[in-house]
Design a protein around this ligand. Structure first.
Ligand SMILES: [Zn+2]
Length: 128
C-alpha cells in the first residue's frame, strides 16, 4: 500500500463509495443539505451496535465566527430582551438646571454629569 500523503488519499484508502454503503446512502438521504451538510462520494463509515457514524462535512460561514471569543451564549437572546426592558430617562438637575438623558434598564436615578449632584430622579421616561 502506498504512503498516504493527503487527507483525500486517506479517505480514498479508508472510505467506501457512498452508493455501495447502506449507512452512507441513508446519511445522504437524512442529512445532506446543499451548502450546509455535504457527504462526499467517498465516505468513512464507523459502524456501531445499532447504527453507524458516517463522515460528513458541515459548513461554517465566517459570520458564525463573530462574537465567539466573548462567548456565544451572549448572542442573540439577551440582546432581544434588552430591547423590551430599556428606558430612556430624561433628567433635569435641580441644582444647575443641566438637562440630559440616558438609557437604563430601569427608571433609576442618575448623577448630574455637569455638577455631580447625586441621585437625580428622571422627570420623564420613554420605553426604548
Ligand atoms: Zn447639576
Amino acid at each position: 500500500m502506498p504512503a498516504i500523503e493527503s487527507f483525500s488519499e486517506a479517505i480514498t484508502a479508508f472510505g467506501v463509495p457512498r452508493e455501495s454503503n447502506a449507512y452512507a446512502k441513508a446519511a445522504q438521504r437524512l442529512y445532506a443539505d446543499e451548502g450546509r451538510i455535504e457527504i462526499d462520494d467517498q465516505v468513512v463509515v464507523s459502524e456501531g451496535d445499532e447504527g453507524a457514524y458516517v463522515m460528513a462535512w458541515v459548513w461554517v460561514p465566517d459570520s458564525a465566527l463573530q462574537g465567539d471569543s466573548s462567548g456565544a451564549s451572549d448572542d442573540p437572546t439577551p440582546a432581544g430582551s434588552f430591547v423590551t426592558s430599556q428606558f430612556r430617562n430624561h433628567y433635569k438637575c435641580p441644582k444647575c438646571d443641566h438637562v440630559w438623558s440616558d438609557v437604563w434598564s430601569a427608571q433609576c436615578d442618575d448623577d448630574c454629569p455637569a455638577c455631580g449632584t447625586r441621585h437625580v430622579s428622571p422627570h420623564k421616561s420613554d420605553d426604548v
